[in-house]
Design a protein. Structure first.
Length: 213
């Protein structure tokens, strides 16, 4: 017999006054449901690059696909840089085809008023999604001294239920090779507030996030 089961049986037998079997069964069922609820709302650590034996972790490259596939109605994708993520683009296209609304909030290059140096904007990596998804960028941003503030957040949120937050951009190196770390949130209340923050920044004529040209 399992040690925990034996301890429970011993405590039940020694109870004074006696505890009805139905009460023990109800307590066990309640504990099981609480454990299952905690599992559904757990937070996981996600890494790219080297990992340790200290704690079990998930790989960023696989988790981001898992989050996209979990979406049923909406996907919010936010990144600073993006390139070389063919599988991510493919999964986003699949999401659109099953009726998911996809919004991509991406940093622009310096020619577009963004903080990315060089010729490519993050949106270039998702060009094949242009007719299918919503593209957003930070417009009319205030200067920080002589520098342009960056749209530096990295978020992938499926509906308002699960979200991946971390340091990794949507690039092949960041998802697989760089030393990056993140977390997967499964608490709907927290994810709802996170998504709500970005949605509020996307309000027409009010928020600083505007549809990209």
């Amino acid at each position: 017999m399992d040690t925990r089961a034996a301890r429970l049986l011993a405590a039940w037998s020694a109870a004074d006054p006696p505890v009805p079997g139905s009460a023990v069964a109800l307590a066990l069922e309640t504990a099981s449901r609480m454990r299952d609820d905690a599992q559904r709302h757990r937070t996981d650590i996600v890494v790219s690059g080297p990992y340790s034996d200290e704690v079990p972790v998930r790989l960023t490259s696989s988790v981001i696909i898992e989050v996209i596939r979990a979406s049923r109605t909406s996907l919010l994708v936010v990144s600073f840089a993006a390139f070389g993520v063919t599988e991510v683009v493919h999964e986003l296209a699949r999401a659109v085809r099953r009726g998911v609304r996809v919004d991509l909030v991406l940093e622009g290059n310096s020619g577009e008023g963004g903080a990315l140096r060089g010729g490519s904007a993050a949106s270039d990596a998702f060009e094949q999604l242009r007719p299918l998804a919503g593209f957003w960028t930070w417009a009319d941003r205030p200067m920080a001294g002589s520098s342009v503030p960056a749209l530096h957040a990295k978020v992938v949120a499926a509906d308002e239920d699960i979200a991946l937050l971390g340091s990794a951009n949507l690039t092949d190196r960041a998802l697989a090779h760089n030393l990056e770390i993140g977390v997967v949130l499964r608490d709907p209340d927290t994810v709802r507030r996170l998504v709500g923050h970005f949605r509020s920044l996307m309000r027409p004529e009010a928020g600083p996030l505007r549809p990209a040209k």
